[in-house]
Every structure is written in structure tokens, then in C-alpha cells.
Design a protein around this ligand. Structure first.
Ligand code: ADP
Ligand code: MG
Ligand code: MG
Length: 938
């Protein structure tokens, strides 16, 4: 009764309706056959047959393929579910179905299981819906015992091979079935596999052999005897002689391995549900260990490291399955192209077995054309005959993903849609940044591990303060800034460093945010090291001691810290044709705009280079930090501690030209693309100096006493500055501050227009909560606008007036706000902070627990909390557009560069997202994927 299972092809998976009524259960199909050019299942049935089982069926049975796959059958994931629901018992009908399928395999192979003359041997293999490489178990050579081995020797004429298979079976079975599946915790953590392995090594050592293949028949025979005795002694049970007991023992062990420690941990990381379960495939054995006309290998239809369209793989002569990955012998390259430093001298498969290589080459081509994606394949050659044992979509890094997508599109293998969907937006990060040389990195042990806050690789000499970083960098040194934490005062040193390493702080700490914005390599929360500031040194938990000036290399993508100077591989995006090709498709398909956040004209240029269509957030505050900030910062401070309007105006007048220059440069770079300029936002006290020297200087300049100055500074103190005198509140209490900025913006624009350039500013008022604030500020804008037009003798200066929506009340009052504002930009950092009541700077204390305990799915500062904060955004957008149907709506803040958040913004019909320059390509790709996934915009 096949129709209990309703496969819906084309979704990449199988939707199933399982009737749980008793009578229906009896009729369920639990076993799917493959082999002899046909198969019950196919590739679309991964949910039921697991990835491995579904692809074995596809390879064996699809009319376009019908590849040489050893026959076998797959026991469904439903059985796994049943097994765990019913105290590790199977459905009653399973035994008969397995027996029937096994008979079919026997017929196909012309051998019989448990036949002393011509025995069939099988493997029992695991396979979940999504591949969980190496996480579950496989048992090979099942069916061998004292009797059947005679038959194997007779049929193969190769006693050495037979005993080699036998010793493998005993080792695997004892390990996987008798120990692990039975939950036996080995004494002193030394498992049975290790015990047996040592025995093998001892023999090799004694005989002076290098490889397993050097062992003679007699040595193997003795080993088998020894293995059996050891199993009995260590595990208290004999290795089972009965092949059926071996078969069912292995099936049970594979199901059990779904709940093994490794598998559970892997599922947690990869977010694979526990309910899925694994399928079990039982398959006739073919032997790569039958001497030098036999071999086994793994290969990729394209190079998974570079994406190059070249067949790439490794093989071992006279070996079985796991040997290739286990690294017992160095695998040889399948062809010239696959050679590496270690395998350069080894003969290729193309040389040793040219005909078989040709066959394999044709098959992999066929497979790739069939699946229309790069395949990762496993094959075995038995006495000159090739068998396919596995295929699946191969994993690849970001660079390869882009190249393959672009090439396959060019080759007309896939359409634009598929090409775009093939690349995970975050994979693009790898293309944008230099990284540590992967070969060297593989061979080096990290000294510490932290949180991967800013991706890419970097190397430099260690310094422990921002001031030192600046000093050393000025001398042309490459430095890595190592601190417990960073603060805005460190920004200059951070900027001058190759990378930043902090021992405290989380993924949203100051260092992390700043570094990510710059696309700078950064590791935070690295508790493995302890800084000793007094001696300018740190010590890692592994004992490594690093002092100022020593070289360090960081992998910010993985959070790994290495001692010494490692090579970096640089990637020039402009030269990457595949990237350019893909991004052209992306821009054709995406609907939502992508802008960049920028603090300086240099950021703007970078964003533009990455494809930004404007600036969504230009913060003028930056001019008060870092290089060249001395004068503007001084003027700002002067303005802040001014008491009278006249004093303040004086300072503002001087500050004006700095603001205007910054704005003008940026508008000029953006060539008429919209530039959203935010009016001064932070609480003023942030800029006030606290050290005596600076205070003294300020008091002298202002001509007031130190005491008076101190009192003025004290008056600025707030208990809760984040919710204090900041944003539009500054503009309301000091209208002249708004006036100065608006004048700078409009004059800059007007002058550019008069010079024949294009410029389009959008004036954005931050931290608003009522339309009255917007009305209040608009009056200033209107007045200044008229004045500037008159002054420059210009009729019209195009600009928009709008607001940042970052206070929940503003979202709720959106309809009213929109009567005054031409645009909204959701400031999702603050909106999240104020919606949750989570302080952005202090979540380190509890957020990890919230995530661990699954109280929250994700860090809401990393990806928009769609059901809470997202509702506010949606509501605000809808209400705003009710008042003003063409209200421009965008988002600025870290979320603009998060793929899921971009997709959300697309779905609710925003006009654009804005993110830091280095996230722009990621946002563009995510935007195109969103347009493909959700083509209808409401
Ligand atoms: P994994 O999922 O860990 O890759 P597999 O089920 O693919 O485990 O098995 C590991 C290896 O065992 C395979 O790569 C293959 O070389 C070998 N193997 C499995 N089944 C057979 C078989 N029927 N004949 C020969 N080798 C096999
Ligand atoms: Mg495999
Ligand atoms: Mg804000």
C-alpha cells in the first residue's frame, strides 16, 4: 500500500501523511529497494529515505543515470521514529520486508547471505535528511564468520583480502554495536576500537611494516583470533557468529547512533530537529581492498575550495571506505589537477587505471548534469570494476559558491534564480576580506578561541593601548590591538589596527559593532587569555606568553588566535568576474533598495563601490573622533559648556564649516544618490572631557574659571543618558544647534547644484516620539531653507525632511508623524533596545542564558525580532503610509546587513535597507533572494 506515503516531488523533500490507525500501520512500506537498474525511491524522498538512501535510489534507478550501484535497500526514517517511540522495538512487519528485500539483493548479486559457499556481505549505513558527516555510524563487511569466510576465500581466491575484511568487521562491530550502541562507557576512556587498533599497530611495528596492506594472511588470521578473544574479555560478550544477529545488531546500532552524543551536539549547532530521525541503508558490499586492481575514493565534480570546474578527488589502492578519510595512508590524487604538496609524487588514478578513470569521469559529469549542482561522490573499484556508493550536493566555501553559481549560469545549467539562491548571503563575506592562508592555518594550532566578531584574517604585532596602536601604525607597523574592552575613545587606535582582540564583551559589544562596520577582523570575549597591562603582555590558557611587539594572527571568521605571523590571502573583488556576474543578476531581480551607513566620505566611497544606492544613515558625530578631530571636537566642547545663546552661537559658527565640509564631500561622492543625514544624536556629556589637562585648556579658551567649567560639566550629568537629553531634545532646547546643521546641509547642497553637480540630502531628526517635535524642528528647517535660497540666489534645493523611528511611541503615532515627515527610517538598534527594555551595552550578562535556555531564538540585536519589534515596524509603516501613501520607508542599524532582516523588510514593502559598507553586497544578495522567495509585495 504505497499510497500511504504521498511523495510530492519538486520541493526537494517529501510531504508525508502517515495514518496512525492500527490497520494502516500494518500495511506501511518501511523498506525501499534499489539496484539492478530500478529503485522504489528517488532523490525527492530525502525525508523518508535520508539523503544517502534517496540518492542511492536516484543513482540506481533514474532512467538517465542507472549507474553501477551495489544493490540494497533503505529502511525509512519512520522506523527510526517508531523505534524511539516504542522502547527500541521495530514495527512487526519490518522483519518480513527486510527479508524480502534481502532476498532481492541476493538474487541481484547471485550470492546468499549466510551461505558458506558463496556468501553475500553487506554494509549497514546511516543517513539523515540533511547530511551529518561522520556523526553517525556505518558497519561494513557484515555476514562474515568462521564458516562464510571460507566461501569468501573460495570465491575471491584471496585469503588475505578475506581476513582483512574480517578483522575490519570485528573492530567496527565491537566498537559501534557492542560498545557505543549499548552505551558502555569504556574504562579510562579507551574504547574497544583503540584497544584493537593498538594490537594491529603492535604487529605492524614488530614486523617493521608501514601500512596495513603490508600485513600477511597469517598475521591477519592471528589478529582475527586475538581480536575475538579481546572483545570477549573487554566487553564480556563474544563477537556474534550469526550473520543475522550481526545484521540486526548493526541496524539497531545505526538507529541508536541518531541519539549518540556527537549526533545530538551536531544537530544543536546545525538546528536539525531531533524528530527527523535517520534512515538505514543496507547494501551489498563491494571491495576496494581486493589487491592492486581495487581501490576506493572520494571526489567532487568541481573544486570545492575554488569552485573551478575541474574534477577533483583522492583515492587509495587496495583499501576500504573509511581508509581515505582516516588518513592512515596519504591518499593519491585522481588526476594531475588534484595533486597537492603531500600527494604530488603519487601516481594518479588516471595513470594507474586510465579506463576506469574515464568511466568515473563520465559518471561524475553525468551526475552533475543530472543534479545541476556540484556533487560530492564516493566510489569503489573492485577488481577493475567501478561502483558508485554515494553522491550528494557538495559543501563549498563562499568563494567556490559564487564561482560555481556564476559558471553554472553561464553554462546554462541553472537559471538566474537558481544561481542567486545557491549562495548564502553570509558566504559573500569571505569574498570581501583577506583571510589567513588556509593551508598554513590547517597545520597550526590556535592558542586561544573567542567570539568571531569581525570576519576575515589579519596579522600584526601586539599592542595593548589605543595610543600605542596609533603610534606604532604611524611608524608603518601593522598592529593588533589587544584590550579587555574597547570604548569610543579607542576608535582611532582600533581604526589603525589590523585587527582587534578583546578578552571581554559579546557579539554586540563596542569592539564588535565597530569592527563589523568597518569589515575589520575582530575577536571578542576571548576568555582564554589574561592581559597583564603592567608588563604589557598576555598569557593564554595553553601557557603561551605574548608580549608587546610579538606577532599574532587572527581568524575573525572562526574566532581563532594564532601565535606568529601567518600568510594572508588577499581577494580583489573587482577582479572577481563571477562575483560581478552574480551581482548583475542580483540587481536585476531585487526590489528593495540597499544603501550604506557612513560616517565619513571614505565610508561613502567604500559603500558606493560595493553597490550602495545611497546613504541611509550619515552620522556627523564621527568628525569628533579620531584623526583630524582635535579642532571640531574642541569647538563642540566649547559649544556644550556654553551657558548663553551668544556663547553657543559663537562656537557653532566656528563648527559650521567642519560640518558643511563633511556633508558636502559626502554628497559629492554620492553623485545625487540620496544621503540621509542625521542631526546630532548623542547625549552631549559623551563629548565632555574628563581629564584635567583638557578641562584646563577649555577653561582658558572660554575665559571662565575651572570651577565654573566643572559646575557646567556636572550639570550635564544624567542618570540615564541613553534616555536623556539627546536627539531631537537637543534641537528643541538648543534650536541654534539644529539651525547650524540644517544650514550646513542646505548650503552644501545648493553650492553643489550651482557647480553643476547632483546632490540630494534627506534631513533626519533622531529620537522623536511626537509629531510636535517634528513640527517644531520643521519650522527651523523652513526658515533656514528660505534664507539659504535667497543667499545663494537659487530657486529650489531638493531635499526631504524625515525622522528616525526608534522609540516605540513614534511607531504607534506613525500616522501623525507622517503628516510632517517625508520619510521614516527605522532605527532598529534603539527600537529593539526600547521595545525589549534590554540595554544594548549590558546584555552580555543575561542574553547568553536566554539563548541557551531558548527563551529567545536569536539575539534581537543581530536579527530583527520579527514577532515583536517587527510588528512595530510593520504597524508604523502601514500607519505612516495611511497618512502619506508614498512615504519613503527604510531601516538603518545593524539589522540592515542581516539577511533575514533584509528579507523581512522586503516583505513589508520598505523602500530600502541601509547597512555598513561591508554588508552592502550581503544585503543586495539577500534582497534578491527575498524577491524570489516572496515575489508578491503587499
Ligand atoms: P558516512 O556517512 O560517514 O560517509 P558511509 O555510509 O558513506 O558513511 O560509509 C563510509 C564508507 O564506507 C563509504 O565511503 C564507503 O567507502 C564504504 N562503504 C559503505 N558501504 C559500502 C559498500 N556496500 N561497499 C563498499 N564500501 C562501502
Ligand atoms: Mg559517506
Ligand atoms: Mg539611535
Amino acid at each position: 500500500m504505497k499510497n500511504l506515503i504521498l511523495p510530492k516531488t519538486g520541493t526537494g523533500g517529501t510531504e508525508r501523511v502517515t495514518h496512525l490507525k492500527e490497520d494502516a500501520k500494518k500495511a506501511a512500506k518501511y523498506v525501499y529497494y534499489f539496484g539492478g537498474g530500478k529503485a522504489d525511491g528517488n532523490e525527492s524522498m530525502k525525508n523518508l529515505l535520508g539523503g544517502k538512501g534517496a540518492n542511492l535510489a536516484e543513482m540506481a534507478g533514474h532512467p538517465n543515470l542507472r549507474l553501477p550501484v551495489p544493490p540494497g535497500f533503505t529502511i525509512t526514517t519512520d522506523v527510526c521514529t517508531y523505534y524511539y517511540k516504542n522502547k527500541k522495538k521495530y514495527p512487526a512487519i519490518l522483519k518480513a520486508q527486510v527479508q524480502k528485500a534481502l532476498s532481492a539483493v541476493e538474487k541481484d548479486m547471485g550470492k546468499r547471505f549466510d551461505d558458506p559457499n558463496n556468501p553475500l556481505l553487506v554494509s549497514v549505513r546511516s543517513g539523515a535528511r540533511r547530511s551529518m558527516p561522520g556523526m553517525m555510524e556505518t558497519v561494513l563487511d557484515i555476514g562474515l564468520n568462521e564458516k562464510t569466510i571460507k566461501g569468501v576465500i573460495k570465491q575471491s581466491g584471496d585469503a588475505r583480502f578475506a581476513y582483512d575484511a574480517y578483522r575490519r568487521l570485528i573492530m567496527m562491530y565491537a566498537d559501534v554495536v557492542m560498545e557505543k550502541a549499548d552505551g558502555i562507557v569504556p574504562k579510562g576512556n579507551k574504547g574497544i576500537r583503540k584497544v584493537l587498533d593498538e594490537k594491529l599497530e603492535k604487529v605492524k611495528h614488530k614486523q617493521g611494516y608501514k601500512f596495513d596492506t603490508d600485513l600477511t594472511v597469517n598475521e591477519l588470521k592471528t589478529l582475527v583470533k586475538d581480536f575475538k578473544a579481546t572483545v570477549l574479555k573487554v566487553l564480556g560478550k563474544p563477537f556474534p557468529e550469526n550473520p543475522y544477529e550481526q545484521l540486526w545488531g548493526s541496524i539497531g546500532a545505526v538507529f541508536s547512533s541518531w541519539r549518540g552524543k556527537r549526533a545530538i551536539e551536531y544537530r544543536l549547532i546545525e538546528k536539525i530537529p531531533d524528530e527527523w530521525g535517520t534512515a538505514v541503508s543496507v547494501q551489498a558490499m563491494v571491495f576496494g581492498n581486493m589487491g592492486n586492481t581495487s581501490a576506493t575514493g572520494v571526489a567532487f565534480t568541481r573544486n570545492p575550495g575554488t569552485g573551478e570546474n575541474k574534477f577533483y578527488g583522492e583515492y587509495l589502492l587496495n583499501a576500504q571506505g573509511e581508509d581515505v578519510v582516516a588518513g592512515i595512508r596519504t591518499p593519491a590524487p585522481v588526476n594531475e589537477y588534484s595533486k597537492n604538496a603531500q600527494s604530488r609524487h603519487l601516481p594518479t588514478l588516471e595513470e594507474t587505471m586510465p579506463d576506469l578513470y574515464k568511466q568515473l569521469f563520465e559518471i561524475q559529469k553525468k551526475l552533475e548534469r543530472h543534479y545541476k549542482d556540484m556533487q560530492d561522490i564516493e566510489f569503489t573499484i573492485e577488481k577493475g570494476k567501478l561502483y558508485m556508493l554515494q553522491c550528494r550536493v557538495g559543501k563549498r566555501n563562499g568563494i567556490a559558491a559564487v564561482k560555481m553559481a556564476s559558471d553554472m549560469y553561464d553554462e546554462k545549467m541553472i537559471d538566474a534564480k537558481k544561481a542567486i539562491m545557491r549562495i548564502a548571503p553570509n558566504q559573500l563575506v569571505e569574498l570581501l576580506l583577506p583571510m589567513l592562508d588556509p593551508e598554513i592555518q590547517k597545520a597550526t594550532k590556535p592558542i586561544a578561541k573567542g567570539l568571531p566578531a569581525g570576519p576575515g584574517g589579519a596579522k600584526g604585532r601586539v599592542v595593548f593601548s589605543s595610543i600605542d596602536a596609533v603610534k606604532w601604525a604611524a611608524k608603518g607597523e601593522k598592529v593588533i590591538l589587544v584590550r579587555e574592552e574597547t570604548s569610543p575613545e579607542d576608535v582611532d587606535g582600533m581604526y589603525k589596527s589590523q585587527a582587534i582582540l578583546t578578552t571581554k564583551g559579546g557579539m554586540t559589544s563596542h569592539a564588535a559593532l565597530v569592527a563589523r562596520g568597518w569589515g575589520k577582523c575582530c575577536i571578542v570575549g576571548c576568555a582564554d587569555i589574561e592581559i597583564h597591562s603592567d608588563t604589557k603582555s598576555f598569557k593564554a590558557n595553553d601557557g603561551t606568553f605574548i608580549k608587546e611587539g610579538d606577532w599574532l594572527s587572527l581568524d575573525g571568521t572562526k574566532g581563532l588566535v594564532y601565535k606568529g605571523s601567518m600568510g594572508l590571502v588577499d581577494i580583489d573583488l573587482d577582479k572577481n568576474e563571477s562575483y560581478t556576474n552574480i551581482m548583475k543578476l542580483v540587481d536585476k531581480i531585487k526590489i528593495i533598495g540597499v544603501r550604506t551607513n557612513a560616517e565619513t566620505p571614505a565610508d561613502a566611497a567604500q559603500g558606493l563601490k560595493f553597490g550602495a544606492e545611497g546613504i541611509g544613515l550619515f552620522r556627523t558625530e564621527h568628525m569628533f573622533y579620531g584623526e583630524g578631530s582635535d579642532q571640531p571636537l574642541f569647538l563642540l566642547r566649547k559649544m556644550i559648556v556654553s551657558k548663553t545663546e551668544d556663547e553657543r552661537k559663537l562656537a557653532l559658527n566656528e563648527l559650521f564649516r567642519y560640518v558643511k565640509k563633511d556633508v558636502k564631500d559626502t554628497l559629492n561622492i554620492m553623485k545625487g544618490y540620496p544621503v540621509t543625514i542625521r542631526l546630532l544624536d548623542p547625549p552631549l556629556h559623551e563629548f565632555v572631557p574628563h581629564d584635567k589637562e583638557k578641562l584646563l585648556q577649555l577653561s582658558q579658551e572660554l575665559g571662565i574659571s575651572m570651577n565654573l567649567l566643572k559646575r557646567r560639566v556636572l550639570a550635564l550629568h544624567e542618570n540615564n543618558p541613553m534616555l536623556g537629553h539627546r536627539g531631537v531634545r537637543l534641537g528643541v532646547s538648543y534650536p541654534e544647534v539644529t539651525e547650524m546643521q540644517v544650514r550646513a546641509i542646505l548650503e552644501a547642497t545648493g553650492e553643489l547644484l550651482l557647480a553643476g553637480q547632483k546632490a540630494f540630502p534627506e534631513i533626519m531628526v533622531p529620537v522623536t516620539c511626537t509629531e510636535n517635535e517634528l513640527i517644531h524642528q520643521k519650522k527651523i528647517v523652513d526658515r533656514v531653507y528660505k534664507e539659504v535660497c535667497d543667499e545663494l540666489k537659487i530657486k529650489k534645493i531638493p531635499y526631504l525632511y524625515g525622522t528616525m523611528i526608534e522609540i516605540p511611541r513614534a511607531a504607534l503615532r506613525a500616522e501623525k508623524m507622517a503628516t510632517v515627515a517625508d520619510f521614516f527610517s527605522f532605527g532598529t538598534n534603539d527600537l529593539t533596545q526600547m521595545s525589549f527594555g534590554f540595554s544594548r551595552d549590558d546584555i552580555g550578562g543575561f542574553l547568553p542564558i536566554y539563548l541557551d535556555e531558548k527563551l529567545l531564538e536569536d539575539d534581537p540585536f543581530m536579527t530583527i525580532d520579527q514577532e515583536g519589534v517587527g510588528e512595530l515596524i510593520k504597524f508604523g509603516t502601514e500607519r505612516g503610509r495611511k497618512a502619506k501613501p508614498h512615504l519613503k520607508v527604510g531601516i538603518c542599524g545593524e539589522h540592515g546587513g542581516d539577511a533575514e532582516s533584509v528579507k523581512f523588510c522586503h516583505r513589508i514593502g520598505m523602500n530600502y535597507v541601509s547597512c555598513s559598507p561591508f554588508r552592502v553586497p550581503i544585503a543586495r544578495l539577500a534582497a534578491a533572494q527575498a524577491a524570489l522567495e516572496y515575489p508578491i509585495i503587499t
